[in-house]
Design a binder for this molecule. Structure first.
Ligand code: DLL
Length: 432
């Protein structure tokens, strides 16, 4: 099993700790000096960069949240002038204020290296033909994986997302050996293959790298069975970098974290105190090398645990368990991250409905659908058919404008959704 960067990925623990500390001190200095947001945050907590004398001192530093990035829209959190930024991406979803991330030349170099390692760990080599079925655009998935695969020396096919039949045709004709996508898209692909009569035997696929959303055990085994491949999980967050933060090796025993670039902590989501190694909590990431947009203790809201036991593959880097849950109510559908609060906010602006709603997620023939149940206002008589149809269309349009996805809308009688609260706001039936 080849290891892309043996020096780093097999680094002795003490040496890695030292490297992380040196880089942490440097990034904290830069953030404090060059980002007014961090200067203010540090001052409010009465800490200064000199207070970071050991890795454990990280707990003295402030957290960063997605809201902080939104407040700094678009460029306020950047640590370098715009002329140093050579690429800009934005968070998936289309909220009124998305988050914007910027990369310097060095950031892009590091990013490609990180993704190359993740790909190599999954078993990809320069002899592979890598088909990338992530959106190429503001989303970090397409370009992020692309440059990593190129760095590895593989032959990259930037198919992007959509037109699934063409995707399958290309996979056959170009003899793709690696598929890069979300796990749900891989499943959908197999449904379409069935429909158009393409058998797995006619493909050359052998490995898949799946990320950007949780991959359950069921999804993994179905993908492997239907496509005849080894399916690996890789994790990333656009606010921190994009894909390339961590990925499974062929042993699929946790996701190896690129620790020379990211310092990962796991904290109790309520107390925000660190939890012991191997315990579950919220993943918090500090970037160690990023120049454009350094992140200090970014709260991902993703639930995981971290082990520092070396893996049998020979890598010594810490591994995180696959992310299956979040500490907030964000959900991901067709690669789009959706916060229910965004739906609630838009319902306030629509006449004749209450901001009382429930989201039901379902999977049909491999495709995910979002049904939005919305309560009508008491004065709205539900036999006014034409009005109801118009209302449904309005809701569909507004939701599409905000999250980039058209929901199915079901208007329900007043007071029907009285018992909906945080615990049942989103019903996810996709794996039923
Ligand atoms: O999804 C970056 C990415 C692209 C990762 C391609 C992997 C592959 P965002 O749009 O910012 O970035 O969404 C980040 O997606 O906080 C998790 O909740 C979720 N997520 C990402 N990867 C995984 C994974 C990209 N492997 C959010 N398993 C994160 C579970 C994942 N959840």
């Amino acid at each position: 099993m080849p290891i892309w960067n043996r020096k780093i990925e097999k680094m002795d623990r003490a040496e890695m700790d030292q490297l992380q500390l040196e880089r942490l001190q440097a990034v904290v200095n830069r953030a404090y000096r060059d980002v007014p947001f961090y200067h203010r945050k540090f001052a409010a907590l009465n800490v200064a960069p000199e207070d970071v004398q050991s890795l454990e001192d990280i707990v003295r530093l402030p957290f960063t949240t997605k809201e902080d990035l939104r407040d700094g829209y678009p460029y306020e959190m950047f640590a370098v002038p715009l002329r140093e930024i050579v690429r800009i991406h934005s968070s998936s979803g289309a909220t009124a204020k998305p988050i914007v991330v910027g990369y310097t030349k060095n950031d892009l170099k590091h990013w490609a290296e990180q993704v190359a390692r993740v790909m190599s760990a999954a078993g990809v080599t320069k002899d592979d033909v890598v088909q990338i079925a992530f959106d190429y655009g503001l989303f970090t998935g397409g370009f992020g994986m692309h440059y990593g695969a190129e760095r590895l020396g593989a032959s990259v096919i930037p198919v992007s997302l959509g037109n699934t039949e063409r995707q399958i045709q290309i996979m056959q004709d170009f003899r793709s050996t690696v598929l890069v996508s979300t796990p749900s898209y891989a499943l959908y692909l197999t449904e379409v293959m069935n429909r158009v009569g393409v058998s797995t035997a006619s493909l050359c696929l052998r490995v898949g790298l799946f990320g950007a959303e949780p991959m359950s055990d069921w999804m993994r085994s179905e993908i492997e069975r239907r496509l005849g491949i080894v399916a690996t999980d890789n994790y990333g967050v656009s606010a921190v970098m994009g894909p390339g933060i961590a990925g499974e090796c062929e042993l699929r025993n946790g996701l190896h974290i690129n620790e020379d670039h990211f310092l990962a902590e796991v904290v109790d989501p309520d107390t925000l105190e660190p939890v012991p190694e191997d315990h579950t909590g919220e993943l918090v990431i500090t970037t160690l090398t990023k120049e454009g947009l350094p992140m200090i203790r970014y709260r991902t809201h993703d639930v995981t645990s971290i082990t520092r036991q070396p893996c049998k593959c020979g890598r010594t880097t810490a591994r995180m368990s696959p992310v299956r849950k979040r500490t907030d109510d964000m959900f991901i559908i067709r690669g789009v991250n959706v916060y229910p609060s965004e739906i609630e906010a838009l319902l306030y602006d629509i006449e004749h409905v209450e901001p009382k709603y429930q989201v039901v997620l379902e999977r049909e023939e491999g495709l995910d659908y979002l049904t939005l149940k919305v309560e009508l206002s008491a004065h709205m008589i539900s036999d006014q058919m034409q009005k109801l149809v118009e209302l449904e269309e309005t809701i569909k349009r507004r939701v599409h404008a905000v999250i980039g996805l058209t929901p199915r809308v079901r208007l329900v009688e007043p007071k029907t959704l009285e018992n909906v609260d945080r615990s049942n706001r989103v019903i996810d039936n996709r794996e039923r």
